[in-house]
Design a protein around this ligand. Sequence first.
Ligand code: SF4
Ligand code: SF4
Length: 255
Amino acid sequence: MKNPEGCMAAVQEAVDRGTIHHVGFSTHAPLEIILATIGLDIFASVNLHYYYFNQRNLAAIELAQQKDMGVFIISPSDKGGMLYQPPAKLVELCAPFTPIYLNDRFLLSDPRIHTLSLGAANPQEFLDHAPAWDNISPLDDAEKAALDRLDRQFLTLQPDRCSQCFQCLPCPETINIPEVLRLRNLAVGFDMVEFGKYRYRMFENAGHWFPGKKANKCTDCGDCLPRCPENLDIPKLLRDTHDRLYTQEGKRLWE
Ligand code: SF4
Ligand code: SF4
């Protein structure tokens, strides 16, 4: 690091003393900020959100690989879709594998990804990953077939499938349209309603950890409509998502 400032000056001191060997960063930030942070060329690894059911940060993984950085995945079971409590439909689509196993293999068979950071709440949630954690070989035919089944299930959402292109933003009401509609995709296509409720509750309730207002704040201004390549009726789908996923507010994440 050249002339580090603020907390990074202290980090550099620890590196110079040999207390720390490699400095990485962990992030919940938007993709643009992750890319810019990787581009600083001062970090050896990144810990970020990326799962079968949320591939928004793929470009960050590609850039990290170009920079020969370590890539850690944050909480693949919980943030990856509450996969430790999968709905029957998801279990059926993943069979003969568990949703946790299939997501782990999706990640660990990718040579750009090196470590899953598990947020296990009890020993079993840790052991659920054991069948996959030593296997970094390419996907076999049965694993590919199961993932293909999941891919095809997304297509059943047509004509209301949000393709997660993010072109509809910005919304003047700061609704995170792609994330709201991602939760709708998963709730409608995979019965992942409890996961959707858990994440939807966080809008307006978790600060910059999970930015954006709830879908019922849409004013029907229409700004987003011409930007959607899927020609989605975004306000209608936002209302539908709110009806499906709104529940009483819970505590903030850290309370
Ligand atoms: S129509 Fe609704 S979601 Fe779209 S930009 Fe306007 S307020 Fe935002
Ligand atoms: S522009 Fe349309 S398809 Fe793309 S993220 Fe927004 S709502 Fe989804």
